[in-house]
Design a protein around this ligand. Structure first.
Ligand code: AMP
Length: 195
């Protein structure tokens, strides 16, 4: 069960990922979390990516692809993972597809969360107050939304043309539990009912 949780910054990917990974006993692979951990620890990778993240830009494709490749080779990932925040560019998606092909696997489902832009900005500004994330300020938020539209949204069209991969979007502009139940319905339909 190889699922990509897809959506713009502030669409609730992290929150929904917690529900989904608990329910389906899947590892949650969040590239943003992995990079923030590295940055907090001050590793060479963390020091390289911290200034890029602080500006709301994307770290280089080859770097993040290496991070994901080593994560997907860990034993707990062998039955599938929930990817959150990756792939974020079409080249990343193509690298992921090639990597999975080599492992005899593929992306089964892309579950995307639709939330209107004004709500995203409100949510990210609220998160800035609650969590104090370095990249949750108005200027960086606008950069991240622009990067999403320009570089990340085309990933959806990429998967719409991949045989064997389903793309399903749910309305993410609703209370957390409501979105969680919509996400659950989609995942059950794909994996549980199909089994
Ligand atoms: P997130 O927590 O998913 O919003 O990611 C926070 C930041 O980490 C992003 O704004 C990027 O700077 C970086 N990042 C996370 N995932 C990726 C990725 N797949 N490709 C490039 N940069 C990423």
């Amino acid at each position: 069960m190889m699922t990509i949780l897809f959506g713009p910054p502030g669409s609730g990917k992290g929150t929904q990922a917690e529900y989904i990974t608990k329910r389906y006993a899947l590892p949650h692979v969040s590239t943003g979390e992995m990079l923030r951990d590295e940055a907090e620890k001050g590793t060479p990778l963390g020091n390289e990516v911290a200034p890029i993240m602080a500006e709301g830009r994307l770290v280089p494709d080859d770097l993040i692809v290496r991070v994901i490749e080593s994560r997907l080779r860990e034993p707990d990932a062998s039955h599938g993972v929930l990817l959150d925040g990756f792939p974020r560019t079409v080249p990343q998606a193509k690298s992921l597809d090639a990597m999975l092909r080599r492992m005899g696997r593929r992306v089964d489902l892309v579950l995307c969360l639709d939330v209107p832009e004004d709500k995203l900005i409100q949510r990210l500004l609220a998160r800035a107050e609650q969590q104090g994330r370095a990249d949750d300020n108005l200027e960086t938020i606008q950069t991240r939304l622009d990067v999403y539209k320009r570089d990340t949204l085309p990933v959806l069209d990429h998967y719409r043309t991949q045989p064997g991969t389903a793309v399903e979007c749910v309305d993410g502009d609703a209370p957390i539990e409501v979105v969680a139940s919509r996400a659950r319905d989609v995942i059950d339909r794909h994996y549980v009912d199909a089994a």
